[in-house]
Design a protein. Structure first.
Lengths: 237, 260, 260, 237, 260, 237
């Protein structure tokens, strides 16, 4: 899915029929990997991610246990057939960077100091990629950590904003991502309205950039509700 | 202790989850769950959960088969699937799984590789068959082979425009003329079981993974585990596998729909 | 203790080395110190010392941009630069640095990649931008981005003779139409500082690295560190970065001469 | 050596003049690597393998010694010029798999439980490959382990069976391997007549498959004799 | 203690195995033991046992020598050869050995690389020279260089049919016009020895590996080990190597037959 | 910079105007890497190397400390844009070998036995390569080790000799290196006049080879003076 000459917004509607600030269909499910301590499945449109959490558990090998804080490890991975051209197994530079920024989006939100000598391993498997994979992963991570019973100060919501054909939009799909003027994945603590991940690529005036940040933060509440609902559903069942 | 309990049950031909010795857990097949793949399948056998996909790209043919496309099979035992799996390049178990799946597919000659030639000796379609383990609860090879078969049966060939691959159009389906499955038969003393859970695999540690084609021919065998087998036991295991394969072939219908 | 001392000073808007909160250390730029590179720059910000170079080679264009040259950015955190760095393939910090530098350059669209096409769809110029850390005393990304910009502005394109690269002749300069820098704004409680030393980076561990183009547009952002940021804080940080970028652009003159 | 159009069996004889169940010329020698605790050279026709055994010796690093059983490591390796097109150094996927199945062919046959915290390293170097390299390696391994004095329940014999032009054959050479309808390497405990390695590639009816297994087991006795003779020879000298 | 014993003997110009200081162990050369190789040699010097082979494949010439074939030398210190060797990519000792062998061959200009050009600038013969250590008992470089020389002298060039390599036919022998060997001279205090065993190598840890061509020219030198050498000692070592090389050249006859 | 048809010596002068035994312009500076315990910058003509030394410091991980001697590690590395065609990051075989011979040039010259359980790490970064990079590195290493206060028996001087158009020369530049009949990098202990590194590539009669060795040893004194001066300069400042 490369660049296209097509107009991306016509009559106020995006190519898939959404309004600029509309999100795609969202599906969230908890407890999908029986072996994991916590797990989830999150889908935004065709972008689908499975998250699994193992831990907290004692660190191994032992010499790692000198650390006076718990350790969060994050692996963001795209499976080979999740994208148009097969992705080779093994972490790419892009995946290594995304694993790091996702770790940063959660590290301050967990009480890792309370778990010295233990590790929490968070695995994010992108099953299908149609834009906004890292923010979809963040939602999956938030649910899987909650499902595993890892204490968090707040949920973490992921959502991307962008600018396309001069219009600010939310939740970019793959085609939009490739044709946008700007693309901005964010992670938001929905209660405190604080930001733990923010990346931006593109060209924006400071004012529209600030507007876009505001749009993303405002929309995070609705996603937070869906996370809470997915968790409730599991524990009712 | 758990091991002893499994063995005690076995004396009465019983299993932990109440199954008969030759009974599979429920099998659930999802066809083309990943639309970016040329074809894909998700297969659950009990709590075992695997996802298999095909991708087609340009490749060069092997020198001794200049008119044939190529297929390669890889597997990842991702750490999400089990606390025993680690990140990193595939270990010997993942490599063995990928190769045993590959062998059943390849030796069954189910795929018309000649039809995948673009320019003889230079450019052919190269199929990548990737197996991803999402949750490991035993019997991975049987699950992966079913998934590979369903993914192949449901793969579409991307269109070529000006020598470029256009992935959202298709020039037809992958030509698959027969089907193959692997049936893994596990042995402990004089007992054979099918579809072991992960717990059972630790007890029944000698097994034969037998690839069968839908005409009843055996296309591949892999003896696994440290034990030894008498000839008569091997013969029994082959017969068990051929018999059970018929049930599995019903699941792997040409349209790939789950009908169990 | 050192940390506490830094925080105590901070209450009075003071820093260890006497700088104001938004003040950079002395910046020293050397243009084309390495004549084997197509272009190069050595940038020292205080004790931080980086060297950046470009090399141009033949490459193949990406399928979706067949008429454009390519640029790739890599970074090595060599063990000579710090007792914390180890030999081996780039770790996540080196990869992040290379990608954040790359993003500011790429998204600013400062480089006319179309002019780097040799044969459409087949052969283009591929630019390698390598960042080498010689001494690490904080604020590596700002230093590396300045260096990348200066190296690009001063890169010469090797001549082609009979389809071969002749490195000691040049067919012109790399066409660079605008400039971009990264300004990293660090935060602790309600204080923001610029150009942190390595010691300060351990205290001010939440930051935003903001890429700004010389027309005042923001071209890239990377929030770093484990902390969280209020929207108003982010807005302030953006404003600080844009304001400070103007000073940096003066350093990165088109002729690359240092004028501070 | 690719596929050929040629008939592989004519007048009941194979291209190299053998009858269907004839083996190639076999050479076995013990004690060829002075530094190793045990070693051997085995040749079937042009296929030649050198085996070396180091151990049993204490495991290193120490944390490996937690294991309550001895550990057998196997490395099956083809040297770069053992094949038509140079084989790159470093283990290929094929070599990794073969190393595993060979380990499985021996693991149950050694008394590893009696050697806690020790390791036995078995190195198999394919010097020249003309078919049936893994079974040739098994014969070499059996001899090298015996030469090293590692106690075994039984010898282990390697032999390949196959089907070609509708005929069941033994001990495939490289050309036959590439043109066979089926290829089946096996490892057999010659005294107990039990099988510890069995792989098959091809297309066979169950009945002919069983016949072929029987042929291989039956022929294993003769190879066992050669192993015993090679060992005797060394200790007489 | 063993070390002291070696040194005590040395005072009387004696060695553990009774050899004279400048005496080699028995050398045994097997020509073309591996028929799959284009050429091969097995060389035993005492208990040291190495096997060297050549393979020829298509390659691209180096840009500055578009009309010349290429040769590359690699070595593996396989764990079968010594309890000190480990599996994995070549370590610095294996790399050094391969490069020192390569240098003697390359700098002797014994091989007419121009005759290995197929299409100038595009396609040439590329020779891979692989050294495999089977048993390590010292003096590996001398053994490997003899083996490389014998393997090259006995290499046949595969035939080309329709631009494909046909390995079972040959278009002639590799054109080798001269011979080179390495003679390693080891030093302890004022004593020099040749052909050290592994035990002796630990004592005589400073050495020069001297490549000599059959016309008596020195073509390569590698000083090894941590010690230092006076100029007069170096001169002596060069003379010893040149003198001894004559004996080795007798072994490496053009027909590669062993004649000692 | 490949081979050329050009005469390399005309009227007794080399292409860059030097006489056969003249050295290029030499620049030496100490203390260029603030984080390192010792460091230096050395330039011969356009060939420039930066050296940094960390240590002596305790070895890590602890099990390495069993050694009864200090350990010197050397990494010789060319930065990617130091050469005509970009050098890929990561150690090449050439760099691995050079790292080893440089280590050998220093190991016997340090008092490593006096520092059990400690390590000295020497990093050599070739910033620009125009011939004689390894001997330039040796000069840089000598200065950096001295700057770090690592006790040495003697300084170590690096200088290359060669033969070109039948003439013996010193300090080859890149073009000369590619067109020489022989190239010989050496390391010399300038006080004792002993050699700790000697490599040679080319074709030389023993007599001219010995002459060349003598020339290099003789010229080493002048370089030694420059090293001493560079160190004095630092400590005067």
């Amino acid at each position: 899915m490369g660049k296209t000459e097509q107009k991306m917004i016509a009559n106020g509607k995006r190519l898939d029929g959404r309004g600029p600030l509309d999100l795609r269909e969202i599906e969230m499910k908890v407890g999908v990997i029986p072996n994991a301590n916590g797990s989830s499945y999150v889908r935004f449109g065709k972008t689908a991610v499975i998250a699994g959490v193992y831990g907290p558990r004692p660190l191994f090998p032992r010499f790692l246990r000198e650390s006076d804080t718990g350790i969060l490890k994050v692996r963001y991975n795209m499976i080979p057939f999740s994208v148009d051209d097969r992705k080779r197994p093994g972490p790419s530079r892009r995946e290594t960077e995304i694993s790091k920024v996702i770790r940063m989006a959660f590290e301050g939100n967990l009480f890792l100091k309370n778990y010295p000598q233990t590790g929490v391993n968070l695995y994010l498997e992108v099953i299908e990629a149609d834009g906004s994979t890292r923010v979809t992963s963040i939602n999956a991570a938030s649910l899987a950590l909650a499902d595993a019973g890892v204490p968090m100060r707040d949920f973490v919501v992921g959502l991307s904003g962008g600018k396309i054909d001069g219009t600010l939009i939310l939740d970019l799909n793959g085609l939009e991502d490739n044709n946008s003027d700007a693309d901005m994945p964010m992670a938001v603590l929905p209660t405190k309205k604080e930001v733990t991940l923010l990346q931006m690529d593109g060209r924006m005036n400071p004012e529209e950039l600030k507007d876009l940040i505001k749009h993303v933060i405002d929309a995070s509440g609705a996603i937070y509700e869906k996370q809470a609902e997915a968790l409730r559903k599991k524990y009712i069942e | 202790m758990r091991k002893n309990y499994i063995l005690d049950l076995l004396k009465n031909d019983e299993r932990l989850d109440g199954r008969k010795l030759d009974e599979y857990r429920e099998i659930e097949i999802e066809v083309n769950p990943v639309s970016k793949a040329e074809g894909s399948a998700r297969v659950r056998i009990g709590k075992t959960d695997v996802i298999i996909g095909t991708k087609m790209d340009f490749g060069t043919p092997f020198p001794d088969t200049p008119n044939e496309g190529t297929i390669k099979s890889e597997a990842e035992f991702m750490p999400i699937a089990s606390e025993d799996f680690e990140s990193g390049p595939p270990g010997e178990d993942a490599i063995e799984l990928a190769r045993v799946v590959d062998r059943a597919i390849r030796e069954s000659q189910c795929l018309d590789l000649k039809s995948l030639c673009i320019t003889p000796g230079e450019k052919v379609w190269s199929i990548s068959l990737d197996t991803i383990i999402l949750n490991h609860d035993g019997n991975l090879i049987d699950a992966a082979t079913i998934g590979a078969m369903v993914a192949l049966l449901n793969s579409k060939i991307p269109e070529l425009e000006d020598d470029k691959i256009v992935r959202d159009k298709h020039s037809g389906k992958l030509p698959v003329s027969s089907k193959a499955v692997n049936v893994t038969v596990c042995k402990f003393e004089d007992k054979f079981i099918l579809d072991p859970t992960r717990e059972e695999e630790e007890v029944f540690d000698t097994k034969m993974c037998i690839g069968v084609r839908d005409d009843g021919k055996v296309v591949s065998i892999q003896k696994m585990g440290p034990g030894s087998l008498k000839d008569s036991e091997i013969y029994d295991m082959i017969d068990i596998a051929i018999k059970k394969s018929k049930n599995l072939f019903k699941l792997v219908g040409k349209d790939g729909k789950k009908d169990i």
